[in-house]
Design a protein around this ligand. Structure first.
Ligand SMILES: *[C@@H]1O[C@H](CO)[C@@H](O)[C@H](O)[C@H]1NC(C)=O
Ligand SMILES: *[C@@H]1O[C@H](CO)[C@@H](O)[C@H](O)[C@H]1NC(C)=O
Ligand SMILES: *[C@@H]1O[C@H](CO)[C@@H](O)[C@H](O)[C@H]1NC(C)=O
Ligand SMILES: *[C@@H]1O[C@H](CO)[C@@H](O)[C@H](O)[C@H]1NC(C)=O
Ligand SMILES: *[C@@H]1O[C@H](CO)[C@@H](O)[C@H](O)[C@H]1NC(C)=O
Ligand SMILES: [Zn+2]
Length: 943
């Protein structure tokens, strides 16, 4: 390894402390995530989300972004005088450049709507569309209605017709338009994407309407509550295929510009929101199954030659079967197409009947894909298909309730994936992926509540900022908690009633609670609840954060307190419940007494929690179904830890992870001592698969897998094997480095890659870290030639593992060059470099130097905050803090701003402050413990 990147022992130990909770959690769960998985977690959010964003406060009327004039079209929300019923949309994407060097689409559309309140204006969303003829307004009998003028409000994305008279209440009208739009490579609206197959560049025209880009494809009333039916017609060359939400009903030929074109007309859609409309023109091939009417589409090579769609096809059938039963509602459309796109901003998008995915989230190749890739495919499919009912059939009224839509799908994805892969125990991963992950963010004073007020979410940026980990993971965590305390059966009954009642309509979040409450009231054998479901859930939905519950087994008392990572931080959000929650507490004792109680106020008392026997212990929050942390009196901690050391199998596996994660976080928050937290990891040596030291673990797998040639059988062991190799190499164990070198050199020499997909991320990364420019260039070449997107992601991640600053700087430069690295991957490439100890400062310099470019290019995107959270992850000095503050000041003063990363920056500052304080107070304790527990180590420890 290169010189100069060794850190002092102290810093190393502190670093281990900061990361051990995560590692230990993983080990205790005995389900280890490969790097690629955690880099790519959430379904729509693409990236691992540690960002939290909030909504700006621009209000419709006189917020700061509204100019002096106060016309209806200066507000971002539609006035709702006009209610759409139907659209005819006819589009011709031209997949060759025009005389101005642009790719464009021509469009003709008719919007049918009813007037609900008399008005002098037709106001309809339209963005970046040039009208080739003046819009024509008619009534339903085709009588033309004159207007004074038409004009645009580009800030609020409206086309406005100012009428001579007024439209009359209850009458129906039709707006006819002809327009041209650019088919840009901007991943939004109707856009263009390119890929190379057999040396030939191929072009796709595809869509991503969510949240506010249907208006870029055709003029429409672009709000989720304004549902309508759609007749879509797509014109394309005969050697392309057109797909949309519905099936084609008519295909004919026409001549256009002296060429033959095909006209594909699709059946009228069901009533749906504009953000779920989709159409794609491509040369993709299907992997299909007539019996389930599901097709997987993608590049011909991937689908036909390499059969990479077969796994998704197989699981789609199973998941649809599961969901129809779970919802007790047949799949609402005649077909389900799922399409793998080489260029896609999110992870996947639940367009009704035409779901789109990144290649990596849908395609699976047993020869190239790892177990983590496979798991991602099945969970993302389950997530998107869950939305086909919850989200598409019943839709939130406005984006402020996005958390319900995403939280629900992020919970149900585990149920669907569990059905499709029933030997994996995949439900256990919810604790790791959602609960513990989002608690890290929700424990900050700069977090925010799940809901926002409808009037606080207006601009497209406000809406984008809502797609954060609170929305997805906290949403999933509280819905999982609700399902658990109601019982899964009752939850299902209420959910089914909700879908039936609101099908093809819109709701606000508490309408789900109402359906659940009805089901509860009708149930004879119901569990006890201390209040209505709405009252209970409001405490989790309307206030940010979560409690730490302290159970004192000496006197049976319970208390709850808002858990803050930095106890000195100041909470600016006021809470209507004064930061107390309705907390459902499940528990078990050493004598196998199980129970369930509610803590409804700040303090409580319960005789079950009063332990009298000498060795009695109590464990609360069984399987971490509750969204809170647990602390105990010292005596109970001692006994729990003793139990773990004596016979840890008595404690449920998820709770072993919980004990570690809770204790490390309680120590970070200075609620318990640091040594107590460290003690919780001692029992890990008792785990069946794990040894205290990494080396024996490495040898364990070396022996059982015939020197890493075979794979262990179960999912769990496969993850453990990956983790063992990864840890062994990062601790510099010679045999591991040798394994890496041998495998990599063999590939480099023979050009045949025999490294098993599960181990590739780890082997590649370590080979690049150990190697020089030669190895890096070899991998770069592989990255440019592979046809498998998952393989490309593994290679790209490994390119960031170099220890050479000049190489890392080169990669950073490439990240802004779309010819070298796809724009969808800019963000994660920079974050990959930042995650490398050597790369952190380089990435930070790069981000600061290119901040304006980054904000302009990708700053409005959903996961933009990752770039800040990634680079500041290890910040813990006054100098780091000063730099962050300077960065904030400079970009604020110069009006560059922070895109959707505004709140992430606040959180980075808060977290850095907390880290500085914590390191100052705890470094001695950490150092002493490690020295005692680990024995002598070199003065310089590489981490
Ligand atoms: C629309 O008009 C603007 C302004 O004239 C022009 O810059 C743009 O290229 C046009 N778009 C298309 C797709 O023709
Ligand atoms: C349309 O044209 C294509 C290619 O020219 C031809 O193969 C096809 O049969 C035609 N289809 C119809 C419906 O005329
Ligand atoms: C939409 O298409 C259907 C056929 O799928 C047709 O019956 C209906 O008239 C069309 N609607 C309009 C308004 O053109
Ligand atoms: C289609 O899917 C169903 C359900 O998953 C399965 O039973 C059947 O074998 C599949 N048929 C083909 C031709 O793959
Ligand atoms: C638990 O209760 C005992 C007896 O009331 C008290 O002395 C002790 O401080 C309490 N411990 C905690 C952690 O609250
Ligand atoms: Zn979703």
């Amino acid at each position: 390894m290169a010189k100069g990147f060794y850190v002092s022992k102290l810093v190393a130990f502190v670093g281990i402390f900061f990361s051990i909770a995560a590692v230990a959690t993983i080990i205790a769960l005995a389900v280890v995530y490969s790097n690629e998985k955690s880099n790519n977690n959430k379904a729509e959010n693409g990236e691992a989300t540690t960002t939290v964003s909030t909504v700006s406060t621009s209000t419709a009327l006189d917020g700061p972004t509204t100019p002096a004039s106060n016309e209806l079209w200066d507000r971002y929300r539609l006035p709702h005088h006009l209610i759409p019923q139907h659209y005819n949309v006819d589009l011709r994407p031209v997949l060759t450049k025009n005389e101005n060097g642009l790719y464009v689409f021509n469009g003709v559309s008719e919007a049918y709507f009813t007037c609900r309140a008399a008005t002098k204006h037709v106001i309809i969303h339209s963005k970046n569309l040039n009208y080739t003829n003046p819009p024509k307004l008619t009534d339903e009998y085709n009588t033309v209605i004159d207007y004074e003028k038409h004009f645009f409000s580009t800030k609020t994305d409206f086309l406005i017709l100012e009428l001579k008279g007024e439209l009359e209440t209850l009458k129906k009208y039709i707006l006819h338009t002809e327009f041209i739009g650019e088919l840009a490579a901007d991943l939004a609206g109707f856009y263009r994407s390119e890929y190379v197959e057999d040396g030939e560049t191929k072009i796709i025209a595809t869509t991503q309407m969510q949240a506010a880009d249907a208006r870029k494809a055709f003029p429409c009333f672009d709000e989720p509550a304004l549902k309508a039916t759609f007749n879509i017609t797509i014109r394309h060359k005969p050697d392309y295929v057109a797909l949309s939400n519905m099936n084609p009903i008519d295909v004919s030929n026409e001549t256009w510009n002296a060429e033959t074109w095909q006209v594909t007309k699709f059946a009228q859609s069901v009533k749906m929101s504009t953000y779920l409309v989709a159409f794609i023109v491509s040369q993709f091939s299907p992997a299909g199954n007539e019996t389930v009417k599901a097709n997987i589409w993608g590049r011909k090579k991937a689908i036909v030659d390499e059969k990479q769609g077969d796994y998704a096809l197989d699981k789609t059938g199973l998941i649809l079967e599961f969901l129809q039963d779970y919802y007790n509602y047949s799949y609402p459309l005649p077909k389900s197409d799922q399409v793998a796109l080489p260029d896609f901003s999110a992870g996947a998008m639940e367009n009704w009947g035409l779901v789109t995915y990144r290649d990596t989230a849908l395609l699976y190749d047993p020869n190239e894909s790892s177990i983590g890739n496979k798991e991602r495919v099945v969970t993302v499919i389950a997530h998107e298909l869950a939305h086909q009912w919850f989200g598409n059939l019943v839709t939130i009224r406005w984006w402020n309730d996005l958390w319900l839509n995403e939280g629900f799908a992020s919970y149900v994805e585990y149920l669907g994936a569990d059905y499709a892969e029933d030997t994996w125990n995949i439900k256990d991963l919810a604790v790791l992926n959602d609960i513990h992950r989002v608690m890290a963010v929700d424990a900050l004073a700069s977090s925010h509540p799940l809901t926002s007020k409808e009037e606080d979410v207006n601009t497209p940026e406000d809406i984008s900022a809502l797609f954060d980990s609170i929305t997805y993971s906290k949403g999933a965590s509280v819905i999982r908690m609700l399902s658990s305390f109601l019982t899964e059966e009752l939850f299902k009954t209420g959910l089914q009633a909700y879908l039936k009642k609101h099908a093809f309509d819109n709701t606000v979040y508490y309408e789900l609670w109402e359906s659940l409450q009805e089901a509860y009231d009708n149930e004879a054998n119901r569990v006890y609840l201390p209040a209505t479901i709405g009252d209970i859930m409001d405490t989790w939905v309307l206030q940010m954060g979560f409690p730490v519950v302290t159970i004192n087994t000496t006197d049976g008392s319970l208390t709850q307190k808002h858990f803050l990572l930095d106890p000195t931080s100041v909470v600016n959000h006021t809470s209507p419940y004064n930061y107390t929650w309705f907390v459902p507490i499940s528990f078990v004792t050493n004598s196998s007494v199980e129970g369930h109680v509610w803590l409804t106020q700040e303090t409580g008392m319960n005789s079950s929690f009063h332990l009298t026997g000498d060795n009695d212990w109590l464990l609360a929050n069984i399987n971490v179904t509750g969204y809170y942390r647990v602390n105990y009196d010292d005596r109970n901690w001692d006994r729990l830890l003793q139990q773990l050391e004596n016979n840890h199998t008595v404690i449920p596996v998820i709770n072993r992870a919980q004990i570690i994660d809770d204790s490390f976080n309680l120590a970070r928050a200075q609620i318990i001592s640091t040594t107590r937290a460290l003690q919780t990891t001692r029992f890990l040596s008792k785990d069946k698969y794990m040894k205290q030291q990494v080396e024996p673990l490495f040898w364990h797998f070396n022996t059982t897998t015939n020197n890493f040639k075979d794979r262990p059988e179960t999912l769990t062991e496969q993850y453990n094997e990956i983790n063992a190799v990864s840890m062994a190499c990062s601790y510099g164990i010679a045999e591991c480095e040798q394994l890496v070198t041998e495998l990599f050199q063999e590939w480099k020499n023979t050009k045949i890659n025999k490294i098993h997909p599960n181990l590739r991320s780890t082997i590649y990364c370590n080979a690049i870290a150990q190697g020089g420019e030669d190895e890096w260039n070899f991998l770069w070449e592989q990255f440019n030639t592979t046809t498998n997107a998952q393989e490309a992601d593994k290679l790209r991640a490994a390119l960031a593992c170099s220890k050479e600053p000049f190489i890392l700087n080169r990669l950073l430069e490439y990240s802004l060059d779309p010819n070298k690295i796809r724009r969808q991957d800019t963000l994660s490439t920079i974050t990959n470099v930042a995650n490398n100890v050597v790369g952190q400062n380089l990435a930070w310099d790069f981000i600061r130097a290119n901040w304006k470019t980054l904000v302009d290019n990708i700053g409005g995107g959903m996961s933009f905050g990752n770039v800040i959270s990634g680079v500041s992850r290890r910040f813990n000095t006054d100098f780091d803090l000063q730099q962050l503050q300077d960065f904030k000041k400079f970009n604020t003063d110069n009006n560059i701003g922070f895109g959707t990363a505004t709140l992430t920056l606040e959180q980075a500052i808060e977290k850095t402050r907390a880290n500085i304080v914590w390191v100052k107070q705890n470094k001695d304790a950490v150092q002493n413990w490690f020295e005692g527990a680990m024995g002598h180590r070199d003065e310089n420890t590489h981490i």
